[in-house]
Design a protein around this ligand. Structure first.
Ligand SMILES: Cc1cc2nc3c(=O)[nH]c(=O)nc-3n(C[C@H](O)[C@H](O)[C@H](O)COP(=O)(O)O)c2cc1C
Length: 379
């Protein structure tokens, strides 16, 4: 290994006593490739087996915890015990390669495609997303909200039974949990709505219930992480100031990590904090070392990774890069970092063990992945 990169490969202890073998995390990535009935498919197991050998922790694609939370076709489910056998195979496949396996759990809320949820798109309030073509959702009743909190806790129990090392509560990317936090989507006047503090009721109750479930069922330390997006473009919408309120509350919850969802690691605040620092630096400062933080966003090369962790970041997630280069960590460990690929070609599906639906999305979505005609020497 080139000693210049040794800090990337350092062990990271989590608050619950679990130790990650290095600072690299595989970002959660939906692959649209589970079976039609929501069970885990052989194609997705092969995809994970190929890329779980290097990172300290692998975050799975997001799974839905209740039928009206399904956000994508080809998504897998953790909504009842019949899904435990497939979840067990998934946990085993990841752990067998040496990474900690963490199941990401969510509800899609107003971003669920109507055809995936029998037309019943639900949200904190009847306010449509500003994403083009978004349906008008139905406002959840208080009883339904309580039911969804239970569903998150039950999904965590299934993750424990299936042998996962942890769960990540997906409070980012505009899905149901973020919809409760956001002033754009949460206009409620009951105990789940109100000012920036009151809008945290739903996520904080989910965390409490998940942690209670862990205390009750887990026989060994079990990781509970939380992912959030720091800002929203809409007005009204989340600002850095509101994110600091969220961070302050999350810090007190005994979580094992906070995961900041960003497309660009070095992006600057839009509102609610000045742009003298990146969002990531502001959040790290606010967390103040009380909880490990995961950063992410368009990091490809070891030098970029080194720059990212140099601001005091304990953990760095790689998303698209681990699809393009499943051996990223292994190449760094063996001193072959110059062979780390940062592009892929249209001939690489089989070599990279990428399931058909994900491959289709990669090659048919211009600009999403760095697809090139041919790889140059070393790639
Ligand atoms: C194919 C794909 C699927 C994704 N699915 C999820 C997901 O299931 N859950 C999630 O929190 N983020 C998801 N994301 C966002 C990534 O976790 C990550 O934040 C984003 O890709 C930026 O990181 P990167 O530049 O390293 O890819 C997905 C991204 C990609 C490329």
């Amino acid at each position: 290994m080139n000693p210049k990169y040794s800090s990337i490969l350092e062990n990271v202890p989590l608050p619950n006593g679990v130790s990650l073998k290095n600072r690299i995390v595989m970002a959660p990535m939906t692959h649209f490739s589970s079976n039609g009935d929501g069970t885990v498919s052989d194609a997705e197991l092969a995809y994970y087996a190929r890329r779980s050998g290097g990172a300290g922790m692998v975050l799975t694609a997001v799974t839905y915890v209740t039928p009206n939370g399904k956000g994508f076709s080809g998504q897998f489910s953790a909504m009842d015990d019949s899904f435990i056998p497939g979840l067990t195979r998934l946990a085993h496949t990841i752990k067998e390669q040496g990474a900690k396996a963490v199941l990401q759990i969510f509800h899609g809320g107003r971003l669920c495609p109507p055809q995936e949820v029998g037309g019943d798109v639900v949200a904190p309030s009847a306010v449509a997303s500003e994403r083009p073509g978004s349906p008008l959702p139905r406002e959840l009743t208080e009883a339904e909200i309580e039911g969804i909190i239970d569903d998150f806790a039950e999904a965590a129990r299934r993750a424990i039974v299936a042998g996962f090392d942890g769960v990540e509560i997906h409070g980012a990317n505009g899905y149901l949990i973020q919809q409760f936090v956001s002033p754009h989507s949460n206009r409620r006047e009951d105990r789940f709505g109100g000012d920036a503090h009151k809008r945290l009721t739903f996520p904080l109750e989910i965390i409490d219930r998940v942690k209670n479930t862990v205390s009750k069922y887990a026989k060994s330390p079990f990781i509970v992480g939380y992912r959030f997006s720091p800002e929203e473009p809409e007005t009204p919408g989340l600002t850095m100031e509101e994110t600091f309120i969220l961070v302050d509350a999350l810090k007190e919850k005994g979580l094992d990590y906070l995961h900041v969802s960003l497309n660009e690691f070095w992006s600057k605040p839009r509102r609610g904090a000045d742009d003298s620092k990146s969002r990531m630096e502001w959040i790290l400062e606010r967390v103040g070392g009380q909880v490990p933080v995961i950063g992410v966003g368009s990091i490809h090369t070891p030098d970029e990774a080194l720059a990212a962790i140099s601001i005091g970041l304990p953990l760095l997630a790689l998303g698209r890069e681990l699809i393009i280069e499943p051996d990223w960590v292994e190449k760094l460990e063996s001193g072959n970092e110059e062979h780390i690929a940062v592009n892929l070609t249209k001939q690489d599906q089989e070599r990279l063990v990428i399931p058909d639906p994900l491959w289709g999305a990669i090659v048919n979505t211009p600009g999403w992945f760095p697809v090139v005609e041919s790889l140059s020497a070393g790639e």
